[in-house]
Design a protein around this ligand. Structure first.
Ligand SMILES: NC(=O)c1ccc[n+]([C@@H]2O[C@H](COP(=O)([O-])OP(=O)(O)OC[C@H]3O[C@@H](n4cnc5c(N)ncnc54)[C@H](OP(=O)(O)O)[C@@H]3O)[C@@H](O)[C@H]2O)c1
Length: 301
């Protein structure tokens, strides 16, 4: 049975305030809440649970039952009450669609105190907007994850708000380290991260699809071509991450003079793949900036 909105009486986590800010290793005691139960909340939850966070210390809210079942299957308590999530959590993720953020923040604001760390993953909603919509001195972090968090291979970049201290960022890193790569940077990089990594996964899928179609054109059955293309992308990514080498160096290492790879690379360069990819990141970044400006205007109206 789901619990419906209840008064904010849970003070059981308040004594953790000092501990969590001083010792990020205390993950297992942390209470983590998600407002919104969509794909992103689910991906981050799965990543956190493969680390030190206990399912019983997470709580997720959403208005309908639609997305809650998969959290229940993981042993994560669920509710329809956003305030219940806030009152029982030290770290609260705002994981609703960007246009719903003002509505949700207005609802939870009376219950947000300086013991909370509020982490928004809503695309385009700026730190200034979040801080304006939450009580003064609220500790706010804006983060851009990407969907591979689902398989603990995400790329996450966050920026701290004006009241969030380096130790709050350290706590977030510790909490999310099993979701993938977690980095901190200035807020202006978040839109670039959206173009590079949020949208970048789709660019990689396009490339994988084209690789497979090339093989189909040359006579390989489609299913086999697609699984080999997927494994090629996975393997190349793993070597790139693990070797620490620049991609140009790895590329040179597979190019035998006069061999097949240099012939193929020449064809790719003639097709403008490098310029097109750079332009794709640029267009996606510009679009993220544009959506962010619109979202800020809407949120602060
Ligand atoms: N998906 C991505 O790749 C990605 C990447 C980076 C950032 N983000 C950001 O992550 C956020 C969530 O995206 P998503 O893809 O996870 O969205 P989603 O799958 O559509 O999920 C949205 C969730 O919000 C819930 N919700 C709606 N109104 C609510 C309310 N008033 N109170 C509490 N919960 C409410 C929905 O409830 P129901 O379950 O009842 O429908 C649903 O569970 C967005 O702001 C997006 O910009 C997403």
């Amino acid at each position: 049975m789901l619990t419906w909105p209840q008064p904010c009486t849970d003070t059981s986590t308040q004594n953790l305030d000092l501990i969590i800010k001083m010792d990020p290793e205390m993950d297992r005691q942390l209470k983590v809440g998600f407002i919104g139960a969509g794909n992103m909340a689910f991906g981050i939850t799965k990543g956190m649970m493969s680390g030190n966070i206990l399912s019983g210390n997470i709580k997720v809210s959403a208005p309908s039952i639609r997305n809650l079942g998969r959290f229940q299957e993981l042993g994560v308590p669920v509710t329809h009450s956003n305030t219940e999530v806030v009152c029982g959590s030290d770290v609260v993720f705002i994981a609703v669609k960007p246009h719903l953020v003002p509505h949700v923040l207005a609802e939870i604001s009376p219950h947000v105190t300086d013991r909370h760390i509020v982490v928004s993953v809503a695309a385009g909603v700026t730190l200034a907007t979040l801080e304006e919509l939450l009580p003064e001195n609220s500790v706010v972090i804006r983060m851009m994850p990407n969907l591979p968090c689902l398989v603990q291979e995400g790329a996450l970049l966050f920026a701290r708000g004006s009241n969030a201290k380096p130790e709050d960022g350290a706590l977030l890193r510790s909490l999310l380290h099993r979701c993938g790569l977690v980095e901190e940077g200035p807020e202006t990089w978040l839109d670039i991260h959206t173009g590079l990594s949020g949208s970048g996964v789709a660019f990689v899928y396009l490339f994988a699809e084209a690789l497979a179609e090339g093989a189909v054109k040359m006579g390989m059955p489609s299913a086999l071509a697609h699984s080999i293309a997927s494994q090629t992308v996975l393997g190349a990514g793993r070597v790139l991450c693990d070797s620490g080498k620049h991609p140009a160096q790895l590329r040179a290492e597979v190019c035998t003079p006069g061999g097949t790879t240099i012939y193929g690379l020449h064809t790719l360069e003639q097709g403008g793949v490098r310029a097109a990819t750079m332009s794709a990141v640029e267009s996606a970044t510009e679009r993220a900036r544009e959506l962010g400006r619109r979202s800020s205007a809407r949120c602060t109206k």
